[in-house]
Design a protein around this ligand. Structure first.
Ligand SMILES: *Cc1c(COP(=O)(O)O)cnc(C)c1O
Length: 344
């Protein structure tokens, strides 16, 4: 095998998803698959997740949700505020929609009525992140509008949700109070949401008291731990990035992967796994990098840049921490010049 290669393990993914589901129970897992499943590929992952019992999938935007829908009959959720043509496609494909503004709620109701459909809607309360979502002072009106549409049969208010900042436990606790208050208001107005969802990977894993009946988890299912977060003993990264030795000199070994493949050039100094043990990256160029030499280095050997750790390599998050980003960023940045291979 020549050239850089990202090997993605189906069995490691099944293992992680199963471990996440077990830890979260009775909260159900909604598997987040934005950015083409964090750069690892939606197409194979939906089947694997279905096989181990995942019932909810999340695509962020409607085009991603529609792609997931071609692969499964289970619940598919899209929460990006989207244009009317996409809303109509989502309705036709029976996708659940996350709604966090009055204008978008109006659009969804109008498209539902045009289609004569009953659309499952999850209302988003803004619990402090100020990204999207009804502000607490807008919630009453949102509930009135949504309940009226629900009585007319054009929507079902299937869920209430929000997104935590995960900046501190105190912030997240305060967000949960705002969230539960919004749920209470909806219930008082006659709403009967099927699911409540507030947490993503880190809060769902570490703060059981914040979990609703559904947890939206992406990163941890792919084995991507939080930057500067504690290790996740039972989960491992499902991908391994390797590249071939191209040339050996006395003071440096040239390896065929570089910035053109999506490696941040400021990874200089990071340790990678070579057949002779851990060695530092000396420099990163466009299509190759140089690594400290090892005994017996020869062209064709492979160097592992990140992976599950079984060969002493760092995980993607360890590299991310060096450049002050998150693990998923290291993976999603890899360009199509890196070959992907899904293995068992
Ligand atoms: C990306 C995302 C998630 C998943 O976050 P992870 O930390 O990867 O688990 C959950 N909810 C929303 C709204 C998201 O955008």
């Amino acid at each position: 095998m020549s050239g850089p290669l990202l090997e993605i393990s189906r069995s490691a993914f099944r293992h992680n998803v199963t471990a996440v589901r077990r830890r979260l129970a009775p909260s159900e897992l909604l598997l987040v698959m934005k950015d083409d499943a964090y750069g690892l590929g939606i197409d194979w992952a939906v089947a694997e997740a279905s096989a181990v019992g995942v019932h909810w999938f999340g695509g962020y935007d409607i085009p991603t949700a529609l792609r997931i829908r071609t692969l499964t009959d289970r619940r598919v959720y899209a929460w990006a505020t989207s244009p009317r043509t996409e809303i109509a496609q989502a309705i036709a494909a029976d996708v659940d929609l996350g709604v966090g503004s009055a204008a978008y709620l109006d659009d969804v109701i109008a498209e539902a009525e045009a289609a004569g459909a009953r659309v499952r809607v999850h209302l988003k309360i803004d619990t402090g992140l100020h990204r999207n979502g009804f502000r607490p002072e807008q919630w009453h009106d949102a509930v009135c509008t949504a309940r009226a549409a629900e009585r007319r049969g054009s929507i079902s208010i299937s869920g209430v949700w929000s997104h935590l900042s995960e900046a501190s436990d105190a912030d997240d606790d305060a967000s949960q109070r705002v969230f539960l208050d919004a749920v209470e208001q909806l219930v008082a107005a006659g709403g009967e949401p099927e699911v409540l969802h507030l947490t993503a990977s880190a809060a769902a894993w570490w703060r059981p008291e914040l979990r609703g009946s559904l947890s939206r988890v992406g990163a941890f299912c792919y084995g991507i731990r939080s930057a500067d977060g504690p290790p996740l003993d039972s989960l491992r990264l499902i991908a391994r990035l390797s590249a071939p030795v191209e040339e050996v000199a006395a003071d440096a070994v040239r390896v065929g992967i570089g910035a053109f493949h999506g490696l941040p050039s400021i990874l200089r100094g990071a340790e990678v796994a070579t057949p002779g043990g851990s060695r530092r990256i000396i420099d990163i160029g466009g299509d190759a990098l140089t690594v400290e030499p090892w005994e017996g280095a020869s062209a064709g050997q492979r160097v592992v840049l990140f992976g599950p750790g079984t060969q002493g390599e760092p995980d993607a998050t360890a590299l991310a921490e060096r450049v002050d980003t998150v693990g998923e960023e290291i993976i999603t940045r890899l360009t199509p010049a890196v070959r992907r291979l899904v293995v068992d």
